[in-house]
Design a protein around this ligand. Structure first.
Ligand code: PHE
Length: 345
């Protein structure tokens, strides 16, 4: 029996030496140590031995089993290590290689200026409202004191969408919606796109942007309008910026003004060392908005008593403001989304 047991150990060494995979190892375990395995088979014969021999053989068999198990374990570790080394080799990463950079993108110049404007007006207590770009004739014209046959309709060449619908020509439509839905005191701005059937050139686009402003309260005067816009101009263009009111006409404000700001490039002189200033074209001033005191008829149309309340409104040309602030020469650049242009901001 001792020889039989020894030969199992021999066999185990042979088989394990040749084993290449985990399956091979399992095969060894089953064939030699399993329930029907060779060593187990030998142990079943123990009963036939003498009482003296039996414990010796039993002990020997157990030792051999222990040795074989240890071998299998060792071999298992070897195979695992080899597999790991192989994987590490295959999956080598060169972490010193420079990565491909994702371009980060940037804000559109209009968004930068609009964000600034929102911050400025919020700090003065205004809130920001939104209005529809497809408007009814009523909100875009009628309620703003421009009846159907009024010559002022020609001031704005309108895209009509049907009998009653149009693309808003001015964010002023949002004044009416705000006064209908809220009671004074009102302090709001409404930024957004507006549309006019204009030919495209360096200063005109059929779609552009306005920021409407509206303040309604008791005792609001033209001084409040001027102070608000002066503060706004100083924050946008710098503390030396000046503004100038010119008399004008809008059907929904009385009196009405157009507001110029001193040219940010030449500081109002109209010329630089190189000659006439290219931003203000030599005048020293740039028109940036229309404004005025809300017409009493507009207030009462919205159910606000003009005997008790007064207000001012303004409409700022956002594209104009952006162009002058960044000294951009052509409004088309704002809409074409040429990355070489946009990446500069
Ligand atoms: N809505 C006017 C325009 O587009 C601007 C404006 C707004 C004027 C508010 C006065 C008051 O020309």
């Amino acid at each position: 029996m001792k020889e039989q047991i020894d030969s199992v150990l021999q066999k185990a060494r042979q088989m394990l030496g040749a084993a290449q995979t985990m399956q091979d190892l399992e095969q060894v375990r089953v064939q030699l140590l399993g329930k029907k395995g060779e060593l187990t088979g030998i142990l079943k014969q123990l009963g036939k031995l003498s009482a003296e021999e039996r414990p010796k053989m039993g002990q020997l068999a157990n030792e051999v089993r222990g040795q074989i198990e240890a071998h299998i374990q060792e071999k298992t570790r070897e195979l695992q290590e080899a597999a790991l080394a192989c994987r590490l080799q295959e999956e080598t990463l060169d972490i010193t290689m420079p990565a491909v950079r994702q371009p980060a993108g940037s804000l559109h110049p209009l968004s930068i200026v609009l964000n600034d404007m929102i911050d400025i007006f919020k700090s003065m207590g205004f809130d920001v409202v939104d209005g529809p770009e497809v408007e009814t004739d009523y909100y875009n014209f009628e309620a703003l004191n421009v009846p159907a046959d009024h010559p002022a309709r020609d001031m704005q060449d309108t895209f009509y969408l049907g009998d009653n619908l149009l693309l808003r020509t001015q964010t002023s439509a949002a004044q009416i919606r705000t006064m209908e839905s809220r009671r004074p005191p009102i302090r709001m701005i409404c930024p957004g796109r507006v549309y006019r059937a204009d030919e495209v050139d360096a200063t005109h686009s059929p779609v552009f942007h306005q920021v409407e402003g509206l303040v309604v309260d008791k005792g609001i005067t033209m001084c409040d309008l001027k102070g608000t816009l002066e503060q706004f101009a100083r924050e946008i263009y710098g503390k030396d910026a000046k503004i100038k009111f010119r008399p004008s006409f809008f059907p929904f404000t009385e009196p009405s003004v157009e507001v110029d700001v001193s040219c940010p490039k030449c500081g109002g002189a109209g010329h630089t060392a190189a000659g006439d200033c290219s931003v203000c074209k030599g005048s020293g001033w740039i028109e940036i908005l229309g404004a005025g005191m809300v017409h009493p008829r507009v207030l009462s149309g919205c159910g606000i008593d003009p005997q008790v309340y007064s207000g001012f409104a303004f409409g700022i040309g956002l594209d104009r403001l952006t162009i002058t602030k960044y000294k951009i020469s052509d409004i088309r650049l704002i809409f074409e989304n040429d990355l070489r242009f946009l990446e500069q901001f």
